[in-house]
Design a protein around this ligand. Structure first.
Ligand code: ZN
Ligand code: ZN
Length: 220
């Protein structure tokens, strides 16, 4: 056996990863042939009845308004859209799935996070009236889950982004018991013990002895 082949066969992981990448690419191309629509189109629903969509989007962490994303994988979204009960209303049911690396809000270390969430949205035409004195549109309390549209097509990518934003925790934690960073030296307390806490105590005693000395001076 030539030497180079022996080296390659000794490293199964390096030869496996490009093959996986090719397979993934094949799946994406296949599903793209089935459905390439980027938008939920309300006119299409009016004409042809309920529609189903299934897309996978590549999202970069910079597109999200949350700084906690260290990295994010492809986001799969599937949705069924149909006419609602009220004229001009459309109902969209679906689910979104993704995996990401989130930065822990205590220790800042990235940790794996996966989410699969279902959504149920109602789209209604953006109301022209009534408006209050500030010119804001008043929305009845029971319609807070409604999204108002002015364009009759909804980008699926925007829906996917919205679902990502909604599904990540307000304060991501690598572990509920994460000890966080030492506020003084920045050491990750999950991994190392620093001596800062002791010196805080020392400082407190120091302050106390200064007071004692001040009292002594006054007494003498
Ligand atoms: Zn943490
Ligand atoms: Zn410390």
């Amino acid at each position: 056996m030539p030497r180079i082949l022996r080296i390659l066969s000794g490293r199964p992981s390096t030869s496996a990863s490009p093959r996986n990448r090719i397979r993934e690419g094949g799946v994406t191309a296949k599903s793209a042939m089935v459905d390439t629509r980027d938008f939920i189109n309300f006119d299409d629903i009016d004409e042809n009845g309920p529609q189903s969509y299934s897309r996978t989007f590549e999202i970069s962490p910079s597109e999200l308004e949350r700084f906690e994303f260290a990295d994010i994988g492809p986001v799969s979204i599937s949705a069924n859209a149909r006419k609602g009960e009220v004229p001009g209303e459309y109902v969209v049911d679906g689910s979104a799935k993704f995996a990401a690396d989130l930065a822990c809000s205590r220790c800042v270390e990235p940790y794996p996070f996966a989410s699969s969430s279902a959504f149920n949205l109602r789209f209604e035409p953006r109301p022209k009236a009534p408006q209050n004195e500030e010119g804001e549109i008043e929305i009845p309390p029971d319609e807070l889950d409604v999204e108002f549209y002015s364009e009759r097509s909804i980008p699926l990518r925007e829906l996917a982004l919205e679902q990502i934003q909604l599904s990540i925790p307000m304060k991501p934690l690598c572990d509920d018991n994460c000890l966080g960073l030492c506020p003084q030296c920045g050491a990750n307390r999950n991994r190392e013990t620093c001596t800062c806490e002791e010196s805080i105590v020392d400082d407190r005693w120091g302050a106390l002895s200064e007071i004692r000395q001040a009292i002594k001076k006054r007494e003498s």
